[in-house]
Design a protein around this ligand. Structure first.
Ligand SMILES: *[C@@H]1O[C@H](CO)[C@@H](O)[C@H](O)[C@H]1NC(C)=O
Ligand SMILES: *[C@@H]1O[C@H](CO)[C@@H](O)[C@H](O)[C@H]1NC(C)=O
Ligand SMILES: *[C@@H]1O[C@H](CO)[C@@H](O)[C@H](O)[C@H]1NC(C)=O
Length: 325
């Protein structure tokens, strides 16, 4: 009497367990097989069953923030990658960091001690990129270094060599380069490589906008009669186009301030891109004396300058005349 009931219970149990068992086996843990780097495409690729559109695949280069793989594609693309420094590339499912697979690229770097150290570049004076590096501690004393640059999206075959090495150490090794920005633009993202010293190289990826040290605006100020001063400034950058300005006016002749009659004043201006927090340095200060007598004094000053050519004694006379007015 009990046997058929037990059979029925067992059957029910099997029926309720079955769908769960199926669910567990129909979605196996994804595997990232044959992980490889395709340097010319700046791609980390894999074979395998990780194509599910619902599961987000992330790739990570070194300690940088992860990037997402395009939907249903077995690869991630990076904005740049190093061909010199051994870097850890990993791929994993966003919700399951335990799924990670990783490789190193390039695989080895046996001669790092000879390679250039501390390679860094910055943009300054609007039109110039300067790069500096140090001699590798393991480089022999006759080592020579050469610097190359290319669009970060392109391969080594597009490298161009530095045309102006501007720092050389006592043993004659190049340790710096100056690149005219006009030769880089319109590229904003370049890879700079230093070879030499040994078999290894050093490279960095440079976002030109981020490394720009803003050049202060160029300020010009003139008196417009005794009524007003005309200030004009020009700000230049190849990477920012919208600025906020701060103008500083120091009044020296009066204790109050009227915009239209500046009297004696000095001015300077600085700028910052709208979206940034950091201002450029101040421009040079420009002094003006727009007092009513300015026009006459200017005349005398010119005369005094002309007299100066005749000798110091006459110059003193000219200055005395100026002071007596
Ligand atoms: C590379 O990165 C993965 C994931 O972050 C990590 O598990 C692995 O240990 C790293 N390998 C090396 C050699 O650092
Ligand atoms: C002053 O500015 C006016 C225009 O506002 C111009 O016509 C005049 O020539 C200027 N004077 C001087 C001395 O620059
Ligand atoms: C204004 O005065 C301050 C304090 O003396 C000085 O640091 C600054 O350079 C002056 N600015 C100009 C435009 O001359």
């Amino acid at each position: 009497m009990a046997a058929p009931w037990r059979l029925l219970l067992l059957l029910l149990l099997l029926l309720t367990l079955a769908p769960q068992a199926c669910a567990l086996t129909s979605e196996p843990a994804p595997r990232f097989r044959n992980l490889r780097l395709e340097p010319n495409e700046l791609r980390l690729s894999w074979d395998g069953d990780v194509t599910s559109g619902s599961r987000q695949v992330h790739c990570q280069k070194g300690s940088n923030s992860p990037v997402r793989a395009p939907r249903r594609r077995p690869y991630c693309t990076f904005a740049s990658l190093s061909l010199c420094h051994v870097t850890n590339f990993s791929v994993f499912l966003e919700e399951d960091p335990g799924s990670a697979a990783w490789i190193q690229f390039p695989e080895s770097d046996t001669d790092r001690a000879s390679a250039a150290t501390d390679l860094h570049c910055w943009v300054h004076d609007v039109d110039v990129m300067t790069c500096r590096w140090g001699r590798g501690p393991g480089a022999d004393e006759h080592a020579q270094y050469r610097m190359w640059w290319r669009d970060a999206a392109l391969g080594r075959d597009r490298d161009r060599e530095c045309a102006h090495y501007d720092v050389t150490d006592a043993q004659g090794a190049h340790l710096g380069c100056r690149v005219d920005l006009a030769t880089l633009l319109p590229t904003h993202h370049v890879t700079v490589t230093v070879t030499g010293g040994g078999a290894s190289c050093s490279d960095i990826s440079v976002d030109l906008q981020r490394v720009e040290v803003l050049t202060p605006p160029v300020l010009a100020a003139v008196c417009n009669g005794s009524e007003e001063a005309r200030l004009r400034w020009e700000m230049r950058s190849h990477f920012y186009h919208s600025f906020q300005y701060e103008l500083q006016i120091n009044k020296t002749s009066e204790s109050h301030f009227r915009a239209l009659i500046p009297g004696s004043a000095s001015f300077r201006v600085r700028a910052k891109p709208m979206a940034e927090a950091q201002f450029s340095d101040w421009s040079h200060a420009v002094r003006l004396d727009c007092a009513p007598a300015a026009a006459e004094r200017k005349h005398v000053t010119v005369m005094a300058a002309a007299l100066a050519a005749l000798g110091a004694g006459l110059l003193v006379l000219g200055t005395l005349l100026l002071c007596r007015r």
